[in-house]
Design a binder for this molecule. Structure first.
Ligand SMILES: *[C@@H]1O[C@H](CO)[C@@H](O)[C@H](O)[C@H]1NC(C)=O
Length: 510
């Protein structure tokens, strides 16, 4: 009987174990490869993979962060909610998401974006099923690769050259190595300073002194062992840069000095040019001023010239007058006066009241009659000039008279016509218009030009050489007329004077 109970018990246990084994064997979380390395500022996947033949519809996932001093429920996922994590801690706000399409494969890995230094720590991935629960821990290490390294030549230190290498933004603390041309660590003494910034990452400054005679190829390498990356800068330093008394150095210094001198010379030259330009500008300004002053002068001269021109015109007019006179005078002829007295009627107001020696019938109001002496010779054509000296006498008459033929029978004075200049009580009159002549110059010699070419008689003040008056002659159409000079016979004092002038040479040309 006892054996029967034992058998039953054993069977139960076996069945239980089998079931348990069945259940536990159905689900399993694959342990991750630890640690996971997240690069600061980048994204990282915290892996969590449920292994099962068929992934159940309902599952609950929870990611919990455990840092040095805190525990944070980072995020949870409820299988019912296919959209988003149902909760997310503030520290991870907007930085986590699941791969939802991967859930049916049991991939409940967490995608953590924009990794920070504070994210470093342990992340527990817990998966809850209906009758099953398990969890795995993922270690997240955070790292940062700094920027490119730079080597600086600090200058001469003793007989050598000081070199400094710098780089920023490393995490964790990087390794620093100085290498030679063969890639081996250098023997020189190195001073390295790693500064932790406020954000927790490291800046590196490392220095060494390169002695003369050592390997001139220097390399500064900064290594992040976590990320297994490095930054490296290499520099090859020529011998001439060493402060030894190398001739090259001397040459270098000499060349440097020469260069400085050249630069100074160029500077001086530029300055000279500037000065020259300034001078040129000043000169230009001066010239402009001079130009404007010259223009003013020119304007003034123009005005003067204008004045001079009008003056010249006056002179020219004067010369014309002279020329006219001289031309007239060139026609001078000898006048012989007929002693027979002829009586002319001068219908001139203010005519001298000479007593009528001849008893010509004349009314009381008829024009005065004056006895005149008429020239022996008359002129039918051409130009003829003569002069009469009148002296200071106040009353006289002289001019040209013509006798018209075929008019004798008409009677008294119809056959005579005359063109005379008449002086009465000191005032001059022209016979034709009976007009008084205003310009009463005290002329003592009167020139008469009988111009039959231009049908006019001109009277000149011979001494002043200008025209007193010009009287046109109306010439007869058919009959040739004879024109005779005449002058008043006043007590015989007026004498006809003939000036047989020599003609000035230049006038001939005219
Ligand atoms: C889960 O899915 C993501 C996105 O496809 C993939 O990158 C990751 O490797 C997967 N995880 C595992 C453990 O297979």
């Amino acid at each position: 009987m006892g054996s029967r109970f034992q058998y039953a018990m054993t069977l139960h246990i076996i069945i239980f174990l089998q079931i348990a084994q069945l259940v536990t064997g159905q689900f399993k979380i694959i342990p991750p490869d630890n640690p996971v390395i997240g690069v600061i500022g980048k994204g990282v996947i915290l892996p969590c993979q449920l292994e099962a033949k068929t992934t159940p519809e309902r599952l609950f996932v929870q990611w919990i962060f455990t840092g040095k001093s805190q525990r944070i429920d980072v995020t949870t996922y409820d299988g019912k909610n296919k959209q988003n994590p149902i909760s997310e801690d503030k520290a991870y706000q907007g930085r986590t998401n699941f791969f939802q399409t991967e859930f049916n494969k049991g991939n409940v890995s967490l995608h953590l974006k924009n990794v920070m230094l504070s994210d470093e720590g342990k992340y527990t991935c817990s998966i809850f099923l209906e009758n099953w629960y398990d969890e795995v821990v993922v270690d997240l290490n955070v790292a940062a690769k700094g920027d490119e390294t730079s080597i600086f030549l600090d200058g001469h230190v003793g007989q050598g050259i000081g070199l400094t290498c710098k780089s920023q933004g490393w995490f964790p603390e990087p390794e620093v190595v100085w290498l030679d041309s063969k890639g081996e660590t250098r023997k020189e003494k190195v001073i390295t300073q790693r500064t932790k910034t406020s954000s927790g990452i490291f800046d590196v400054v490392t220095s060494m002194n390169l002695e003369p005679g050592s390997d001139k190829e220097v390399s500064c390498r900064i290594v992040n062992n976590l990320l297994n990356t490095a930054c490296e800068s290499r520099v090859l330093i020529s011998d001439v840069f060493f402060p030894s008394t190398s001739p090259w150095m001397t040459a270098f210094i000499v060349i440097l000095c020469f260069s400085i001198a050249v630069i100074a010379a160029v500077g001086a030259k530029l300055k000279v040019n500037t000065t020259r330009r300034q001078k040129a500008e000043t000169k230009t300004n001066e010239l402009t001023t001079e130009k404007s002053s010259l223009e003013e002068q020119l304007e003034a001269q123009k005005n003067t010239f204008k004045g001079a021109t009008s003056e010249n015109i006056k002179q020219l007019d004067r010369l014309k007058d002279d020329l006219d006179f001289w031309e007239a005078r060139s026609r001078a002829v000898f006048i012989a006066v007929n002693p027979d007295c002829r009586v002319l009627e001068l219908p001139v107001p203010g005519a001298p009241k000479v007593e009528d020696t001849s008893s010509e019938p004349a009314g009381l109001n008829s024009p005065s009659t004056v006895p005149v002496l008429v020239g022996k010779e008359g002129f039918a054509s051409g130009k003829h000039y003569w002069e009469v000296e009148v002296g200071q006498q106040q009353d006289w008459v002289l001019g040209v008279v013509t006798e018209k033929e075929g008019q004798e029978e008409e009677g008294t004075n119809a056959g005579e016509d005359f063109w005379a200049l008449h002086r009465s009580q000191g005032e001059l009159f022209s016979s034709k218009e009976n007009s008084k002549i205003e310009k009463n110059m005290g002329c003592t010699v009167i020139g008469v030009l009988l111009d039959l070419e231009e049908a006019q008689v001109k009277f000149y003040a011979a001494e002043q050489m200008n025209v007193i008056v010009k009287i046109p002659i109306s010439l007869g159409k058919e009959h040739a007329e004879m024109f005779y000079p005449f002058l008043s016979k006043d007590k015989g004092t007026v004498k006809p004077v003939c000036h047989q002038q020599k003609i000035p040479v230049p006038l001939k040309a005219l």
